[in-house]
Design a protein around this ligand. Sequence first.
Ligand code: GLU
Length: 484
Amino acid sequence: MGKVRVRFAPSPTGYLHVGGARTALYNYLFAKQNQGTFVLRIEDTDLARSTEESINGVLEGMEFLGLTWDEGPYFQSKRLEYYKEAADKLLAAGRAYRCYCTPEELDQMRKAALERKEDPVYDGRCRHLTEEQRAELEAQGRTSVLRFKADNEGETSFDDLIKGQITFDNKQIDDFVIWKSDGMPTYNFGVVVDDALMEITHVIRGDDHVSNTPKQIQLYHALGYPVPKFAHVPMILGEDRTRLSKRHGATSVTQFRDEGYLPEAMNNYLALLGWSYDDSQTLFSMDELIEKFSLERVSHNPAVFDIQKLQWMNGVYIRDMDIDQLYIRVLAQWQKAGFLSENPSEEEAVKAKAVLKELQSRVKLLNELDEAAYYFFQDEVRYNQAVVEKILFKPGVADILSHLLNELLQLKEFTEENLEPIFKATIEKFDCKLGNIMQPVRVAVTGTNVSPSIYPVLTLVGRARTCQRLRDAVEMIKANEKGE
Ligand code: GLU
């Protein structure tokens, strides 16, 4: 195999969605695996639908996922001269012609074909216009498009690296437009010129493009370009088995980023949307994906996007992440939340990392770390009222908390080792179970009944805040007893 060159060629008409990201990833993996080149090309010839915002979304999404391209981004809107040259070549060779049909005429043609129960294809009526007829139509002020004189006989077939041999009857291929009246090439034309000029060896893309492929192959032949290999990846469905779309919730990569998904987990999950290595392995680092990915093992069938599985996987990556790394990932988020200062001191960093150590196995998304951690960094506790009523407002709790408060105030050093004997002695004194003490303390200090182990929680919250919260809880209980 010669030097591999692949490309990701999004149309910037929306955000970078899960399907596009997976296509980009497969191209990236294939390029890396073969020491090839990964090209990014923005197909922005649809003037009405392409936006700057969408281009930025694509670039941001790719950067977030770490899918670094080796060449580009190329913008088709800046490469018109190349398409023009190729179109002239087809015109000169008699493989393209001007078509003056109006939208109304095309519509009538379609309807008539459907009535005859034929495919609604262009009937080629402008193929044989004489010079005079052309001049007359132009004199009428008609605009024109350029159509490719397709080969309507025989078959066009290709060996798809994923789907195997695919054959089209050329009767299905009409004289499609290659140049629009707005002065821009069509997708099918631009893509062929660019893939040829950029020496793309493997076209890996979504299988919604299978039906475009015979048209493109005919163009390759007509222009005298070598035909690349094609690999069409199956589409992605929502859990209701319809094509994945916004209706199914977040599908944009930047939205996933903003919700606290990690690029490592996203890549791992996206890789498995339509590809598997074997029946058992689910977790793959990027290096492993590069080593193990193969087009042969990409499924022919659509993949189903399972957000629960992605969340689970994200949780696994957070849990297994090195604490220094995790700290770097949450730094900006925790600065924004006010948990860390602009330039965190060593002491702040040490505490934040210790808090992360306690929480990392308890969340699935980075964003959940804000709610899970706020009480370590802020004075105010947000009490879960139902839990307060159930656990704090039980008879005897105020006495236990008051007793503990006194003990904690007298403690020489507020450390985990020193806390334990105090809790043990309190159990004995009140003749109760550990849970009867732990739970009220947990609710008083964290506002709720689920948190990491109580000793590290208390030491990280610190003596001053712990004691203040115990005091507040006792007050709350008393106020409740008085019916305030
Ligand atoms: N611009 C096309 C799209 O976004 C690219 C298709 C292709 O890869 O050829 O669907």
